[in-house]
Design a protein. Structure first.
Length: 184
């Protein structure tokens, strides 16, 4: 699979950006592993298939647009009010959306091939910028990839309940699947 060199856009209209959380602790059975979708986001990519060093990518996401799509495990299924409470906790306590409404990623280095590439970049989350690495590939005219975000590196204390017996794992997975749209 090859891609034409050029400038591209992508976002919620051409793909998905998902966050996956897992639970840990003595009370893990009571909680849920969550799939959360970022519903308002956009990005740009500069592609030079002949020289990955000339490639770049930026992504900007609305921190208030995270919506719980699925909760697996747990003692009982998530209700609509559970979804609303989790989303409120993410906005108000974890991401502090009023102070930090935007999450951004800017690449600093790209290498590899279309079939297997690596993007090093800077992720700004809750006002803190830290390096992160994205692994990806181009298949069936779509770009897919993932990264792991360790919350405490950004000063985020992973959510906990039941006096700390139930906790979210510090590592959160981020996954994307997008179609690139030529920029006009």
């Amino acid at each position: 699979m090859s891609i034409t060199a050029g400038n591209y856009t992508f976002g919620a209209e051409s793909g998905r950006l998902l966050v996956h959380t897992t639970r840990t602790g003595l009370g893990a059975k009571a909680g849920h592993d969550l799939t959360i979708e970022v519903t308002r986001w956009r990005g740009t990519a500069v592609v030079d298939a002949a020289d990955p060093a000339n490639c770049s990518m930026t992504v900007e996401a609305d921190a208030g647009s995270l919506e719980v799509r699925e909760g697996t495990g747990g003692v009982k299924p998530l209700t609509d009010s559970d979804h609303a409470e989790i989303e409120r906790t993410i906005r108000e306590k974890i991401l502090q959306v009023r102070k930090h409404p935007t999450i951004t990623f800017r690449s600093t280095r790209v290498d590899g091939t279309a079939q297997s590439f690596r993007v090093e970049g800077e992720l700004t989350l809750v006002g803190v910028t830290q390096p992160v690495e994205v692994q990806g590939s181009l298949t069936d005219e779509r770009v897919q990839g993932s990264a792991t975000v360790v919350q405490t590196r950004w000063g985020i204390r992973p959510y906990s309940a039941l006096l700390g017996a139930l906790k979210l794992s510090d590592e959160v997975g981020v996954w994307f699947d997008v179609g690139l749209v030529p920029k006009l």
